[in-house]
Every structure is written in C-alpha cells, then in structure tokens.
Design a protein around this ligand. Sequence first.
Ligand code: 5GP
Ligand code: MN
Length: 343
Amino acid sequence: MCLMKLQKSEIEEIKQCIEQHQIFAITTHANPDGDAVGSSLALSALLRSLGKQTCIIMPNDCPDFLKWLVGYDSILLFDKQPQKASEFFHKADVIFCLDYNDLERIEEMGAVINKTKKPLFLIDHHPCPICNATYMVSETSACSTAELVYRIIVDCGFESKITKEIAEALYTGIITDTGGLVHNSTNPEVYQIIAKLLSAGIDKDFIHEQIFNVFSFERLQLMGVVLKDNFVFFPEYNAAYMFITCKNQKDFNFQLGDSEGLVNLPLSVKNITFCALFTEYPNAVTKVSFRSKGSFPANVFAKEFFNGGGHLNAAGGRLPCSLQEAFAVFVKGLEAYKKMLVL
Ligand code: 5GP
Ligand code: MN
C-alpha cells in the first residue's frame, strides 16, 4: 500500500493557511461516524492550542457512543441551530471539510457554505474529491481522515501539541473506520501512529469499552430479529441483503448507532462477497449501506444504483422509494454485476 507523505510545498501551504488565519469552521458529513467526529475534534483542539478560534459544525448529531469524546459538548449541530451555524460560517476565515468528498454529503449545509465563498480546506480519504477546495489533503490510501489529521499535525511540526484528548479523538477515528483494525489497516504506518497515540497517554481499553460495549439490550434483540427474519441470501450472486423496517425500529426502541456493525455480518458467511443493509425511513425514503470483500467496488455500485458513493469496500446511498422497490433495484444491480460477483 502506498504511504502518504505530504510534499514540502503542501506543508508550507498548510502552515501558512493556519498562520495567516484566525477563525476556522470545521465541518464533517451528515450522520457523522467515529472518524468524522474524532478527526474534527482532534483538528479543533490542535488549532485551539495554537491560539485559534474554532467551531465544529456537523449537519446532525452523532450516535451516543461518541459523545464521551472531550469537546463533543461544544459541537454545533446545523439541524438544531442553523442560524448560529450560518453566522459562524460567515465569520470564519477558512472552512475545513473533513471526511467527505462532496458538498452533497453535508446536505443543506452545503448551500450555506457555498454562499459564503470562504476558502475550503478539504482533508479526506474518499475517492474523487470534487469539492472546489483551495487547500486539499486527499489520500485514499489513508485508513481514516484521523490518520491524515495526524500526519498533517506531525508534518507541520506540531507533534508536541498532541495531548491525550487529541490522541483519543484520533484513535477513535482510526479504530472506527477500520472496524477495530480489521479492514483497511494493512499499512504498517497505521500501527506506528497508534504506538504514538498510546504514548500520548490514551487508555485503549477504555476507548474500546465506550465505543463497542455501550449498546442497549433491545439493540441485540433487533440484530437477532434482522438476522433471523430480514436476511436474504443470493447464492447465485455471492451476495445478500438485510433490512430494518420502521416497525422493527419502533419495536426495539431504535437509537442512532444501533445498526452499527450489523452490515458487516453477512460477509462472515463463506462465499458472500457483497452485502447491503436497507433501512426504512418515513415518507418512502430508503437508506442503504454496502460492504464488499476484495475487489468488488461497493462505491461504484452505490453510485450507479443508489445515488451514493464511498470507499471500495464500504459505501452507501439512498433512494426516494419503499423498501420493496429498493430491494428490486439491488437485485437488478446484482444481475448487472454478476460477472464481477461470481468469479
Ligand atoms: P456506512 O455504511 O457506514 O453508513 O457508510 C460507509 C461509507 O459509505 C461512508 O464512509 C461513506 O463514505 C459512504 N456513504 C454512506 N452513505 C452515503 C451516501 O448517501 N452518499 C455517498 N456519496 N456516500 C455514502
Ligand atoms: Mn472516514
């Protein structure tokens, strides 16, 4: 795997950007995950330690299992406080875009940011950054945006500013985006970074406990029902899908983050190389998460059939249709991609 190294000129540009500006807005994608929140909090804390003013603005809230992170309380949610968020965007000198490659991923917030005409600074590991950014650190070989933030901090000479809180936020980003260092984590440098974060004083066991072992009893029951009743296997395509209906959500007191990890489970079945998890929303909207093994491009499939995108092996999208209609689109897609699925 290629190792990302910032060019000298890039480092100078980033340092100048930080030196010459005072107020930074830090944004990340809708339905923020551990990498989105972790990388944002780490960057914000670093900039504050340099005497800068920052505000993290997310389109909506993250799951409860990330709310223990230091600094979470000062994050502004665009869906709750659009006016305050908009005022900060207008006041900011630079707007950071973390962990997303397209303003569509931040929903209505994208139009507000566009209007400000402020310089954008993209830090991301998704393919095809189409964001019209003035500054850009875009590297698909990175396991997470947190890894990129770490590299920027170190390459710019701020390593001594990495506090325990910054290290915790970066570690959270790395372990959540790699599924606990299971996928996307073959690059030895990832472990060198983790060694540095451990040296900065993080309590790895505490972090794992906060992230992976804080769910409700109902959440496990919901998983049981989905695996038993809402799981469809297509041996002829080496693929499968699962689904969560609105009724399932009501029956099991569904909370944000409760479906975390579920989408990966079909890949543990021998021969399943591609799977989807459909989630039903009110007003005929269906969201879908995709996972694949090997070279099957979940992101290309998501883009072609579900207005989505993402990484090679982890992608997502949505359609304005019922669950049943979404299943039909998925099966049509499987047929179209049969040659790649059945090698
Ligand atoms: P998850 O299944 O964990 O929600 O998402 C996996 C990955 O798919 C994310 O990291 C993101 O890159 C991508 N993704 C999820 N939903 C969407 C979407 O609606 N549009 C696009 N472009 N990418 C998505
Ligand atoms: Mn990420």
